[in-house]
Design a protein around this ligand. Structure first.
Ligand code: IPE
Ligand code: IPE
Ligand code: MG
Length: 251
């Protein structure tokens, strides 16, 4: 197995990670790009670029480990209030990332998916996202969910509206509505809920990320900024996760 081949392999004692009890679904709030750049007297855009590079390594590591789902928060429904230049830089960076990495991700057997309302994104983003999804749809490895123009509350509104439309058509009755039905109308329909949510950058909040799906997730916070997030941090998070006692309301 090529699990622990990277240079960072000695930073976390890999023997301690139980490969049979890996999280099925890891969710990451990739935060701190701006502050990483500020610390270096660089423009915020350089932080985003470094963040995209950090993501690339983490995707490969998740894929090598055999993680089934990785959801990463790329752009929130709230991020539109940022300066116009920053928003358009982020949109361009997304396209650049997809163009540059698609073939390699495809070779790594990654299934590329997007989550969120992409109809509000520039045409070229939509085109590249759809193309990446289509090209990798028959892969059987890691499912990479790029959460773009994603907001947990608007996702729940979407679910309610779709269910209401079904009720109005008479296809279902109000008594049929249950938690599974609401889940089935979320972007993550058919996927397991995140087992662990990782947030670097020293913030301790969800910022509207997968709020329904994270009802029983474990949380892992770190002070490091996302561009500095490395394989060793991911391994540390997984190791800590494996020490948690998940009771789901039981004893
Ligand atoms: C995360 O980094 C990237 C996006 C939200 C798009 P930030 O840009 O939020 O970085 P900070 O939080 O300002 O440091
Ligand atoms: C969350 O980070 C969104 C993404 C990482 C894409 P933010 O930087 O937007 O979150 P807040 O504003 O600190 O809550
Ligand atoms: Mg931030």
């Amino acid at each position: 197995m090529k699990l622990w081949q990277s240079k960072e392999q000695n930073d976390v004692d890999m023997d301690k990670i139980d490969v049979k009890r890996l999280p099925n679904h890891i969710a990451i709030i990739m935060d701190g790009n701006g502050r990483w750049a500020k610390e270096r007297n660089l423009p915020r855009s350089m932080g985003h670029k470094a963040g995209a590079e950090a993501l690339r390594k983490i995707v490969s590591e998740c894929s090598n480990l055999g993680i089934k789902y990785l959801s990463v928060y790329v752009f929130s429904t709230e991020n539109w209030i940022r300066p116009k230049e920053e928003v358009s830089f982020l949109m361009d960076l997304l396209v650049e990332y997809l163009v540059k990495e698609l073939d390699e991700l495809h070779r790594e057997n990654v299934v590329i998916n997007y989550i969120g309302d992409i109809t509000k994104l520039p045409e070229k983003c939509q085109k590249n996202l759809k193309n990446s999804k289509n090209k990798t749809k028959d892969n059987t490895g890691l499912h990479l969910n790029l959460c773009i123009n994603y907001g947990g509350r608007s996702e729940i509104v979407k679910s309610f509206k779709e269910i209401y439309a079904e009720i109005k058509l008479g296809n279902i009755s109000i008594d049929d509505v249950d938690e599974n039905m609401i889940s089935d109308h979320l972007y993550t329909s058919g996927m397991p809920d995140p087992d662990i949510v990782i947030r670097p950058s020293g913030e301790y909040r969800l910022s509207n990320f997968l709020i329904w799906q994270c009802a029983y997730s474990e949380f892992w916070f770190s002070n490091i900024f996302w561009p500095d997030f490395r394989i060793e941090h991911l391994r540390r998070a997984i190791l800590d996760y494996q020490k948690r006692d998940r009771r789901f309301g039981g004893v």
